[in-house]
Design a protein around this ligand. Structure first.
Ligand code: FAD
Ligand code: NAP
Length: 309
């Protein structure tokens, strides 16, 4: 029986593990199905983590977080958690291999994943020219032309990253104004090889058996369409929360969620179910920042200690 089972090893889960073990919990396991560190490890640069003055990659930022937690006794299980249920006072986690694990408290810190833009050709060419990770796949398009879809911080930041590798980066956004912070937009404007295609929708990603050859875009005012010849399309149109572990046999969620499936928590990161906490991108009103996810994790770790007392 675990004191605390942490599901997800991103900034929220890792920080919860640090605070819970340093705060005296003996039996804490973090379940992380991939590499610990979370989605920020896909980012080419982070410059807004307090105290981290030099711009580093997401991978560099997260490098030491797991070992810091393990130093205080947190265990890491590389399993995917499929489901969490609660019977009486006890939670049961069902793992990917079918085994189960009981816990007195649980933290859901499963974060979020890239949203699909729902464009024709997007699924067909995924992995064959369509990508959601510039750090992972950008190099395949060295000196080639690529398109970035979206107008948020991720789209703008990753367009800048790609501009250092690729010949031309078309950033296609459905509105006249970017959602991204003005600071990032100003930075992007300094790149001659980033072409802004604003007020355009992406109608289709086209290609052949070798992969992507272009994107068809439509001017929202004139309805005119044109084809941009590109070999890669990077889709950055937001994120969906990963809440599948909370789904019960009857299709309901274990705890209260909002219409977007985000977990409803109070200021102590407590959900509607006693002993069940949620932290980071998965919770309602999450600012979706590393520092905020880490802060949530600290609150949840302290909360789990309080609950067990
Ligand atoms: P995540 O980081 O998403 O971690 C969740 C973890 O849970 C993952 O490792 C996943 O593998 C694991 N997991 C999920 N489901 C299961 C399961 N069922 N079983 C086991 N493990 C599971 N934020 C900033 O502050 N500054 C930035 O500059 C910045 N840049 C970004 C750039 C990019 C490209 C992206 C994608 C995000 C960026 N962000 C940035 C946002 C930041 O990364 C997130 O807000 C933060 O990582 C959220 O942390 P989290 O712990 O809630 O979730
Ligand atoms: P986001 O802020 O939700 O932006 C998504 C963008 O995609 C928006 O511009 C949106 O257009 C567009 N979009 C959505 N659906 C679309 C569709 N179907 N077709 C075409 N375009 C579509 O997502 P994000 O950029 O991934 O950022 C997620 C969170 O992480 C944000 O809170 C962000 O601030 C944070 N983040 C922060 C940093 C940083 O601090 N440096 C870096 C990366 C991410 P509209 O604008 O018209 O809605």
């Amino acid at each position: 029986m675990l004191d605390l089972a942490i599901i997800g090893g991103g900034p929220a889960g890792l920080t919860a593990g640090l605070y819970a073990t340093r705060g005296g919990l003996k039996n804490v396991t973090m379940f992380e199905k991939g590499l610990p560190g979370g989605q920020i490890t896909q980012s080419s640069e982070i410059e807004n983590y307090p105290g981290q003055v030099d711009v580093v990659t997401g991978m560099e930022l997260m490098d030491k977080w797991p070992s810091q937690c393990q130093k205080f006794g947190m265990k890491h299980d590389m399993s995917e958690v499929k489901k969490v249920t609660k019977d009486g006072e006890v939670f049961t986690l069902t793992l990917g291999n079918g085994e189960t694990q009981e816990a007195k408290t649980v933290l859901i810190a499963t974060g979020s994943v890239p949203k699909s833009a729902g464009i024709k050709g997007e699924a067909e060419f995924f992995g064959k020219g369509v990508s959601t990770c510039a750090t992972c796949d950008g190099f395949f398009y060295k000196n080639k032309d690529v398109a970035v879809l979206g107008g948020g911080d991720t789209a703008v930041e990753e367009a800048i990253f790609l501009a250092n590798i690729c010949k031309t980066v078309y950033i296609i956004h459905r509105r006249d104004e970017f959602r991204a912070s003005p600071h990032e937009v100003e930075k992007m404007k300094k790149f001659d090889n980033i072409v802004q295609v604003l007020n355009h929708t992406t109608e289709e990603i086209i290609g052949d058996n070798m992969g992507v050859t272009g994107v068809i875009v439509k001017d929202k005012d004139s309805s005119e369409t044109k084809t941009l010849d590109v070999h890669g399309v990077f889709v950055f149109v937001g994120r969906d929360v990963l809440n599948q572990t909370l789904i019960q046999e009857d299709g309901s969620f274990l705890c209260d969620t909002n219409e977007a499936g985000e977990v409803i928590v109070n200021l102590k990161m407590e959900t509607s179910v006693p002993g069940l906490f949620a932290a980071g991108d998965i919770r309602i009103d999450a600012p979706k920042q590393v520092v905020c996810a880490a802060g949530d994790g600290a609150v949840a770790g302290i909360g789990a200690i309080g609950y067990l007392q």
